[in-house]
Design a protein around this ligand. Structure first.
Ligand code: GDP
Ligand code: IMO
Ligand code: MG
Length: 436
């Protein structure tokens, strides 16, 4: 009955999509439990000797594994036009999407929340978050304010209209009078949402029940987080975060599967650090090394195309991710990107106004003032993309992984050495053994 949670350990884009895809062939269900189309997961698959690239936003990466049932849980916010666009795109490339299940309790991103996301950012000016502009924050805010629209509302027109009216009562005042933009028309919103209902109907399910029954049967379920630990609304670098729980605990609230059923937590950790959008980032590099990481690692956003901010590995963040998520296994990705550097620095602690911090400072101001304390390891020059076992890695690359492992306090079970599906070193099995 293994239930595995997979999370990002840093600020997103660690390579969760690739890791999910790796596990996809041996799991029965992949569940997206938080976020929406703010996520961008790139999966590179070898097909008939050619490399094919898939960019997924709203759909769980497990959709690319033919035998896996992809599930969008209640914790996700869904832009229905994006959902169908993505499904059509995959159908057109011969991917079977017919098994997708969508929680009746998931919230819908209505068009007015995309508008509000963008105008709010514009008004925040210097204090903006750098959101993806997809309406994520306003939709989670509506959920908490109890004025959200859920998938199940599409099947009761009267209720849907009442809910849209209630949501727009205040929002339209704000849109017109404060932001000086066009108010949203109730009829237009309702008509658009209803236009998706028939196509969506066969996918709508009580996904908590489906998953519970699957686990009872002994099926394997993988919960795939969008975003990452430091973008989590409770445990991240607030307010520079997304609006959902991206940590392992979010898998339970976002799917209706209880904590007692979770067996293991896999965290994906990039061999260096990146961040998109605003907010503190202690190991950020503004020099040639930063440019080297961006270029070599192709660090441009899958969702917005923005250049990602780049910096060295931060093991204070890694250690924090171990603690907050209860990580059992790490996957270090993109180790190949570090090839060719004479020295590879690892941040082991922070200096905050002359005081050493081995753990994440509890205070936001301290985190903004944190300067990294580095340990420098010797680099390696050999091409590692063909390595398939830990022993094949150059000694210095092995030493880098082992030092990071020691500092983050959980074992490194796999190492990514390239974007391709097979470009990975599996050091220890990632799936817990099924009791016979
Ligand atoms: P996600 O949001 O966590 O799924 O990550 P993204 O897909 O946004 O960004 C990760 C990028 O790194 C993608 O372009 C992947 O194809 C790529 N990638 C994943 N693992 C590796 C690796 O081990 N080496 C290299 N060079 N690229 C990788
Ligand atoms: P994946 O799943 C990296 C960032 C945005 C912004 C902040 C809030 O691909 O790792 P939002 O639109 O969510 O309200 O924006 O969060 N952000 C991400 N950064 N990877 C992501 O997803 C992200 N999803 C949101 O850039 O700083
Ligand atoms: Mg991404």
């Amino acid at each position: 009955m293994p239930a595995i949670v997979l999370v990002g350990a840093q600020w997103g884009d660690e390579g969760k999509g690739k890791a999910t895809d790796l596990l996809g062939s041996s799991v029965d269900y992949v569940v997206k439990f938080n976020g929406g189309n703010n996520a961008g997961h790139t999966v590179v698959i070898e097909k008939d000797g050619k490399r094919e690239k898939y960019a997924l936003h709203l759909l769980p990466s497990g959709i690319l594994s033919p035998n896996c049932v992809p599930v969008i849980g209640n914790g996700v916010v869904i832009d229905l036009s994006v959902l169908f666009e993505e499904l059509d795109g995959l159908d057109g490339r011969g991917v079977d999407t017919s098994k997708l299940l969508v929680s009746a309790n998931a919230h819908v991103i209505p068009s007015y929340n995309r508008t509000i996301d963008k105008v709010t950012e514009r008004f925040l000016g210097k204090r903006r978050i750098g959101t993806t502009g997809r309406g994520i924050g306003p939709t989670y805010a509506d959920k908490m304010n109890r004025i959200g629209i859920r998938i199940q509302d599409l099947y009761d027109e009267k209720i849907l209209r009442q809910k849209v009216e209630a949501a727009l009562e205040v929002k339209n005042q704000v849109l017109a009078k404060i932001y000086n933009t066009r108010a949203a028309a109730v009829d237009e919103v309702v008509t658009e949402l209803l236009s998706y209902a028939a196509r969506l109907a066969p996918m709508v399910a009580d996904t908590s029940l489906v998953l519970s029954q699957a686990l009872d049967r002994g099926d394997t379920v993988l919960f795939e987080a969008g975003q990452a630990t430091l973008l989590d609304v409770d445990h991240g670098t607030y307010p520079y975060v997304t609006s959902s729980n991206a940590v392992a605990a979010g898998a339970c609230t976002g799917s209706g599967v209880p904590p007692t059923r979770i067996d293991s937590v896999i965290a994906i950790l990039k061999a260096y650090t990146t961040r998109v959008g605003e907010g503190p980032f202690p190991t950020e590099l503004h020099d040639d090394n930063g440019e080297f990481l961006r270029k070599t690692g192709a660090e441009y956003g899958t969702t917005t195309g923005r250049p990602r901010r780049c910096g060295w590995m931060d093991t204070v963040v890694g250690r924090y991710a171990t603690r907050i998520n209860g990580v059992t296994d790490f996957v270090i990705t993109k180790l190949d990107v570090l090839t060719g550097l004479p020295k590879v620095p690892i941040c082991v602690a922070y200096d905050v106004d002359g005081v050493r911090h081995d753990e994440m400072p509890v205070n936001q101001t301290d985190f903004h003032h944190a300067t990294p304390v580095y340990e420098e390891l010797d680099g390696w020059w050999e091409d590692i993309t063909h390595c398939r076992s830990f022993d094949e890695l150059p000694a210095n690359a092995q030493a880098y992984v082992m030092r990071v492992e020691e500092l983050i306090g959980a074992r490194v079970s796999a190492i990514g050495v390239g974007p391709g599906r097979d470009e990975i070193i599996e050091r220890f099995p990632l799936k817990p053994a099924v009791a016979s």
